[in-house]
Ligand binder design. Structure first.
Ligand SMILES: C[S@@+](CC[C@H](N)C(=O)[O-])C[C@H]1O[C@@H](n2cnc3c(N)ncnc32)[C@H](O)[C@@H]1O
Length: 194
């Protein structure tokens, strides 16, 4: 059984504790986001990755942030407005449906989202339709161990469980690293783009 993150606990998504533990700007830089890139933050929550992504890609790039929960869309809209970011659009998504009319993206970020859907492969397939031919997917998930923060281990997805979803989609790993107890990160691209 998968659970969506409860918007009533939204504060924990943007807490100082989490900023220090994950360091989202450093993580996105290490993944390879660059000035001018077009980014889709799929499952943006309260904008934890949306804001640093918008700063990294700068005025020549842009970030589209989407979420299936209306409260999360509103929170990211408020946050990006407060931060004065003019290169971000925040939109509502369906469970396996992106808003119509999106451009193709250089990067699609799925951060702590795939363990919240019943069919991760289906969401990855949807994301691929919005990715440029040589674009990259950045997947960020909890290590599959119980800890003081995050969902219980049985709700988490180990890297090899993710591989079972992305390998049939012709996706290949280009980077992987572990960020301690809070995350592991995986950068993927289409096999034929390498
Ligand atoms: C644990 S939160 C993480 C939010 C954000 N990525 C972060 O790291 O702070 C997961 C988010 O994914 C969203 N989500 C879950 N399934 C989704 C789907 N099928 N399409 C879009 N968003 C989804 C949830 O509503 C929630 O806001």
């Amino acid at each position: 059984m998968v659970h969506k993150f409860d918007p009533a606990r939204m504060g924990s998504l943007t807490s100082e504790r989490r900023q220090q533990a994950v360091k989202p700007l450093d993580l996105l830089q290490r993944a390879g986001l660059q000035a001018g890139d077009r980014v889709l933050d799929l499952g943006c929550g309260a904008g934890f990755f949306t804001v640093p992504a918008a700063r990294l890609v700068g005025p020549q790039g842009n970030v589209t942030a989407v979420d299936v929960q209306a409260a999360m869309v509103a929170a990211t809209q408020d946050r990006t407005h407060q931060e004065g970011l003019s290169n971000v659009v925040v939109l509502a998504a369906g469970e396996y449906a992106l808003p119509p009319g999106l451009p193709a993206f250089d990067w699609i970020i799925l951060a702590y989202v795939l363990h919240e859907v019943a069919e991760p492969g289906r969401l990855l397939e949807l994301a691929l339709k919005a990715l440029k031919p040589d674009g990259r997917l950045l997947l960020i998930e909890w290590p599959k161990e119980d800890g003081p923060h995050g969902p219980p281990a049985h709700e988490r997805l180990a890297p090899e469980e993710l591989a079972a979803f992305y390998q049939p989609l012709n996706l290949q790993e280009v980077n992987f690293w572990e960020g301690g107890p809070e995350y592991y990160a995986l950068v993927l691209t289409r096999r034929d783009s390498l």
